[in-house]
Design a protein around this ligand. Structure first.
Ligand code: SAH
Ligand code: SF4
Ligand code: F3S
Length: 439
C-alpha cells in the first residue's frame, strides 16, 4: 500500500500569493493530500515563492539547500510562484533534487502535474508565461484565514513598469467573469465570512470578460451581497483609477473607506523613467477625487526610493507629495534591480548608503504625518473587526474599516471571536495604531 500523501507548503510574497496557496492547498486536498506543519512530516514540500526584491531567488536556493537531505528519504520538492516562473528550468540545475517547477499562470494544470509527480517523473514544469488566457479558478479553495476571505478577480499584469518582475512572472492580464466572482462572494457569505478582499496585481484594471460590469459596478455588487459587511480591494493602479470607484464607496457603506494607490515617486522625470505612464499632477487629481468623497477615505501607497537617476531634488519631490497627500500608511522600498527588467540596463549609480538615507528620511517624515492623522481618532468610536487576541497583554487586536490596527481591551471578560465586530472608543493613538476600549 502506498504511504499517505502529505504536503508542507510555505508561502512568501503578496496577498495574491497567499491566496494562490489557499487554492493550491484546496487542489492538493482534493487529490487526497493532507497538509502537515513541517518539512520533516511531509512527503511533498512546496515553496510558493516571491521575486519582487532583494535577490529573492538566492533565498529560495538557500532554503532548498537547508532541506535537501530530505530528498534521500524519498521526499519530493516543488517550487511554485514567481521565482519558479522567473528561473524556470535553471532551478533543476541549481537544485537537482527539485521535481516540480510551476509559475502561477500554470496552476490550473496542477492536478495533472501531481499525477506525473506521483508516477515518479522528476522534471515537471508549468511555465506557461504570457501565452495563457486562463485564470486559476478552483472549486476547492481552502479558506485558511478565519476572518478574511480573498477572491482573485484579475491575474497577471500588462503594464511593464521598468523595475518590476511581475509581468514576467504572473503572465498576461486576465480577468474572471463577474457572474462567477459574485457567485463566489455569495458562497463565501454563506460560509459565514463577512469580509471579502478582492485581489489583483492591478485590481481596478479589471475588465469583465462577460462585458457586464465595470470594476466599480462589480465592487458595488459584491458590497451588496447579503451578509457581507466589509469589502476591500487591492492593489489599485493610478492609470486605471476612475471616479466611479469613489462614487461606489460613497454609495455602498460596506465598501471600506480605504484605498491603496501606489505612486512610486513624486518626480515626473522618475515616473517617466519607471514607465508608470502618469505624472504627479495626474496622480494628485485622482487623490483630489478621493478627498472630495462624502466619506473620509483613508489613503496608503507604495514608494520606491533610489531608482536609477533619482537626484536629491527628485527625492524632495517625493517627500513633498507625501506631505501633500497625508497618507495613513506607506510601504517604502529601496530600488532593487531585478532580472529581465528594462531598469537593469539603467545605471544604478546611487550608493546603497544614500538609498538607505533617503528611505530613512522618508519613513521619519511619514511617521510624523501618521502621528497627526491617527491622533484625529482620539475620543471617537470606531467599529473594529477582531483579528486576534494577545493573551500576554490582555489585548484584543483588530482593524477599523479604514484598515487601521486597533488594540483594545474589553471589560466583558470573554475574548471576542476573530471575525466578530466591536465598537471601540479610542483612548490613545500612535503613528501606526490606535488604542481603545470596547463600548
Ligand atoms: N501592481 C502594483 C504593485 C505591485 S508590486 C502597482 O503597480 O502599484 C508591490 C510594490 O513593490 C510596488 O508598488 C513597488 O513599490 C515595489 N517594487 C516592485 N518592484 C520593485 C523593485 N524592483 N525594487 C523595489 N521595489 C519594488
Ligand atoms: Fe509591477 Fe507595474 Fe505591473 Fe504594478 S503595474 S505589477 S509595479 S509592472
Ligand atoms: Fe512577489 Fe510575485 Fe507577489 S513577485 S509580490 S509573489 S506577484
Amino acid at each position: 500500500m502506498a504511504t499517505e500523501k502529505t504536503f508542507y507548503i510555505e508561502t512568501f510574497g503578496c496577498q495574491m500569493n497567499a491566496h494562490d496557496s489557499e487554492k493550491v492547498i484546496g487542489t492538493l486536498q482534493q487529490q487526497g493530500y493532507r497538509q502537515v506543519e513541517s518539512e520533516e512530516e511531509a512527503n511533498l514540500i512546496l515553496y510558493n515563492t516571491c521575486s519582487i526584491r532583494d535577490k529573492a531567488e538566492q533565498k529560495v536556493f538557500h532554503r532548498l539547500n537547508d532541506y535537501k537531505a530530505l530528498y534521500k528519504q524519498g521526499k519530493r520538492f516543488g517550487v511554485l510562484g514567481c521565482v519558479a516562473q522567473q528561473e524556470g528550468e535553471k532551478i533543476f540545475e541549481r537544485a537537482p533534487f527539485v521535481s516540480l517547477v510551476s509559475g502561477s499562470a500554470s496552476y490550473r494544470k496542477l492536478p495533472e502535474m501531481l499525477v506525473r509527480l506521483e508516477s515518479g517523473e522528476t522534471r515537471i514544469t508549468g511555465l506557461d508565461d504570457r501565452q495563457t488566457e486562463e485564470t486559476f479558478e478552483t472549486d476547492f479553495t481552502a479558506r485558511l484565514n478565519p476572518y478574511r476571505s480573498y477572491i482573485t478577480i484579475i491575474e497577471g499584469c500588462d503594464k511593464f513598469c521598468a523595475y518590476c518582475v511581475v509581468p514576467y512572472t504572473r503572465g498576461k492580464e486576465r480577468s474572471r467573469g463577474s457572474a462567477s466572482v459574485l457567485e463566489e462572494a455569495r458562497r463565501i457569505a454563506d460560509m459565514g465570512y463577512t469580509e471579502i478582499q478582492l485581489l489583483g496585481q492591478n485590481v481596478n484594471s479589471y475588465r469583465d470578460p462577460e462585458g457586464n460590469r465595470s470594476f466599480a459596478e462589480l465592487l458595488a455588487a459584491v458590497g451588496q451581497v447579503p451578509g457581507i459587511r466589509r469589502v476591500r480591494f487591492t492593489t489599485s493602479h493610478p492609470r486605471d483609477f476612475t471616479r466611479d470607484i469613489v462614487e461606489a464607496i460613497d454609495a455602498v457603506p460596506t465598501l471600506c473607506d480605504h484605498i491603496h494607490l501606489p505612486v512610486q515617486s513624486g518626480s515626473a522625470k522618475v515616473l517617466k523613467q519607471m514607465a508608470r505612464e502618469y505624472t504627479p499632477e495626474w496622480y494628485l487629481e485622482r487623490i483630489s477625487w478621493i478627498k472630495a468623497a462624502r466619506r473620509q477615505i483613508s489613503l496608503s501607497t507604495d514608494i520606491i526610493v533610489g531608482f536609477p537617476g533619482e537626484t536629491p531634488d527628485d527625492f524632495i519631490q517625493t517627500m513633498n507629495l507625501l506631505a501633500e497627500v497625508e497618507y495613513d500608511c506607506v510601504f517604502a522600498f529601496k530600488y532593487s534591480p531585478r532580472p529581465n527588467t528594462p531598469a537593469l540596463t539603467m545605471i544604478d549609480s546611487i550608493p546603497e548608503i544614500e538609498k538607505s538615507a533617503r528611505l530613512q528620511a522618508l519613513l521619519d517624515r511619514q511617521r510624523e504625518i501618521q502621528r497627526v492623522n491617527y491622533a484625529k481618532h482620539l475620543g471617537k468610536t470606531l467599529e473594529v473587526m477582531v483579528e486576534g487576541v494577545n493573551p500576554a497583554r490582555g489585548q484584543i487586536a483588530g482593524r477599523s474599516s479604514q484598515n487601521k490596527p486597533v488594540n483594545f481591551t474589553s471589560s466583558h471578560g470573554i475574548a471576542p471571536a476573530p471575525g466578530s465586530y466591536q465598537n471601540v472608543r479610542i483612548t490613545a493613538t500612535h503613528p501606526n495604531s490606535l488604542v481603545g476600549e470596547a463600548v
